[in-house]
Write a protein that binds this ligand. Structure first.
Ligand code: ATP
Length: 573
């Protein structure tokens, strides 16, 4: 567990000044709430008995002024909490999305990361709402109840007993609705996740004729979420109605008790009415909180989940900027386990490359090639060993800087909504157009981009838009080459390309090598590895051969060929 300061608490502390003001305004608003009961007292006990019209007018003007003040203060605290909520969200937006991305990059589908942004929204909505203000009014309930005691102890006892019953209803509500609400939220999350997946894979679903079945699955998930939601709402509504009705009944009960006391000449009619109003004021925040309990709970649980996520994904520490490294790559006995897993997928793997060398990595499916690529680009942490680039361990580089030093073409190329140029320069704020064009030239995709209607300014969507799989992969290669990285890691760059594309790739690797860029290429087809001077063979996460390309191939040929070796040796370029 990290010992970095809790981001949520820090964001809350930043708003302490505003929240203190909300508290202060709440003091005055609650004091001004006494206007109604006091007015009532004066009308019944002073105006009606003295039959003085000037007193009535004076009191009325005073009351109008006090109510105006109360409205202004209440509105001001409403404005303040809206700003607190906005500031809180703005302070945490980047941090939460950053932690979400960091977590999802290594643990796809992580539940904490999936809900993080919605949790932050839930807190934002709660803090900016009236029910949040009700929490500031809550401490005044005992004071109002004590004031009722001053009128008459019997009224105080009625009010206190009623208040205790209402609090008991609130606590029971919390205990009994919690599980249902959690279940409803969880099912709704699942349905939303499924919906997101369906939208992303709409094309595949349609072409595989899966529309009916997946829609059925989705509808089942939605119905389950709806049913749970209705169940949770039913129970919450039951409590809310009980609490509201009981509060109204209590006001009548206190009026009845007051009337009885008036009949006994133990109380004035003004005090009877004032006590009833005071009771209403005292219990209003409890009632409001019960009515909006779902949003209170959502915010509370969201806070806990967010707090756990931010604790588990601390912000990247500030690194002393290192000088730009050369392409020396030293992989020192690394052991890698996939995030959230305990299996070793790479074990004690070691090799070293000099600037300008190119290493081809081959091995059967599941042997750990992509895992090596992820470890080399620093996206998967090492369980043991070290990787050094230009002499410095990868974790000593600033992550963004590392991203620029290492060009990476993942197995599944993901492009982003924007122009081709923006995609190549990774949405750099102030890119040098020459760097973009050079990267595209190096990737052999410049001519192709020029042939598009708007050239480099052609807009594409997340799926590549009008680009074919092979074209998207070459744009991905240009993106990897942008900024002349010190190390280039290509994971199956030949997956979607034809013979011509393979020749272009070969040229790209040669050019990189001449510039001193170290290249690691993972490929199934030997043709894609022609310009690699070294070969690494992986099997079951361990190194079974490493050395000059020709030597490794020759040795593999001498051994009794395994199914995989046979494929590699026999495959035509
Ligand atoms: N995110 C993950 N979580 C858990 N295990 C994983 C994860 N990604 C890969 N693995 C496991 O790690 C092992 C190595 O996978 P890797 O993707 O590195 O193989 P590969 O050699 O690149 O295979 P291929 O040639 O099919 O792409 C496999 O057994 C795989 O099941």
């Amino acid at each position: 567990m990290s010992n970095h300061p809790d981001d949520l608490k820090a964001a809350r502390a930043e708003n302490r000044g505003l929240l203190t003001r909300v508290g202060l305004f709440s003091v005055f608003v609650n004091l001004l709430m006494l206007t109604g009961p006091l007015f009532m007292l004066q009308i019944y006990d002073r105006v009606l008995s003295s039959r003085s019209e000037p007193t009535l007018v004076a009191l009325f003007v005073l009351v109008a002024f006090l109510y105006l003040m109360m409205a202004l203060l209440d509105h001001s605290r409403g404005l303040l909490v809206a700003r607190v909520a906005a500031r809180f969200q703005d302070r945490l937006d980047r941090r939460v999305l950053g932690a979400t991305m960091q977590r999802l990059a290594v643990r796809a589908g992580d539940p904490l990361a999936q809900t993080a942004q919605r949790d932050l929204d839930g807190i934002h909505r709660f803090v900016g709402s009236r029910v949040f203000l009700a929490l500031f009014d809550m401490p005044w309930a005992p004071i109002f109840l004590a004031a009722i005691f001053i009128f008459h102890p019997l009224l105080g006892v009625v009010a206190l007993t009623g208040g205790a019953i209402l609090v008991a209803i609130a606590l029971t509500n919390q205990r009994l609705t919690k599980d249902r609400q959690q279940k409803a939220m969880q099912l709704s999350e699942e349905a939303m996740r499924l919906e997101g997946q369906l939208k992303n894979e709409a094309e595949t679903i349609q072409s595989l004729g899966m529309m009916e079945t997946v829609m059925g699955r989705w509808q089942k998930a939605r119905r389950a979420a709806l049913e749970a939601d209705v169940g949770a709402k039913d129970r919450a509504d039951g409590f809310s109605t009980t609490s509201r009705t009981f509060r109204l009944f209590l006001q009548s009960a206190i009026l009845a008790a007051g009337a009885w006391l008036v009949l006994q000449n133990a109380l004035t009619p003004g005090a009877m009415i004032a006590a009833s109003i005071l009771l209403g004021r005292a219990l209003a925040p409890v009632d409001a909180t019960i009515g909006q309990w779902a949003s209170v709970q959502r915010a509370q649980e969201g806070w806990q989940r967010l707090s756990q996520l931010l604790r588990e994904v601390p912000p990247a520490p500030q690194r002393t900027p290192l000088p730009r490294p050369d392409g020396r790559l030293d992989v020192q006995s690394i052991t890698v386990t996939p995030p959230g897993d305990t299996r070793y997928v790479l074990r004690m793997l070691a090799f070293a490359l000099e600037p300008g060398q190119a290493l081809g990595v081959i091995g059967p499916s599941g042997s750990g090639k992509s895992t090596l690529a992820r470890a080399l680009v620093g996206s998967w942490r090492l369980a043991g060993g070290r990787i050094r680039l230009g002499g410095a361990p990868l974790d000593q580089y600033d992550p963004d800087m590392l991203g620029r030093l290492i060009g990476y073409l993942p197995q599944r190329v993901a492009l982003f909504e924007g122009t081709i140029a923006e995609n190549i320069c990774r949405f750099d704020h102030d890119p040098d157009p020459n760097d973009i064009i050079n990267a595209a030239r190096d990737a052999g995709v410049h001519e192709l981009i020029l042939s598009l209607p708007e050239g480099y300014d052609t807009r594409i969507d997340a799926r590549g838009g009008r680009l074919s799989g092979g074209q998207a992969q070459r744009v991905g290669l240009a993106r990897a080459l942008y900024g002349a990285p010190a190390l280039l890691v290509l994971d199956e760059p030949d997956a979607h390309i034809d013979r011509e594309g393979v020749a272009a790739l070969d040229l790209t690797i040669q050019n990189c090598r001449e510039r001193g860029t170290t290249v690691v290429v993972i490929a199934h087809r030997p043709a894609a590895l022609q310009s690699c001077d070294l070969l690494l063979v992986l099997e079951n996460g361990t190194r079974v051969a490493f050395g000059p390309h020709a030597e490794v191939m020759a040795n593999m040929g001498k051994k009794k060929p395994s199914k995989f070796q046979g494929r590699i040796m026999g495959a035509a370029p």
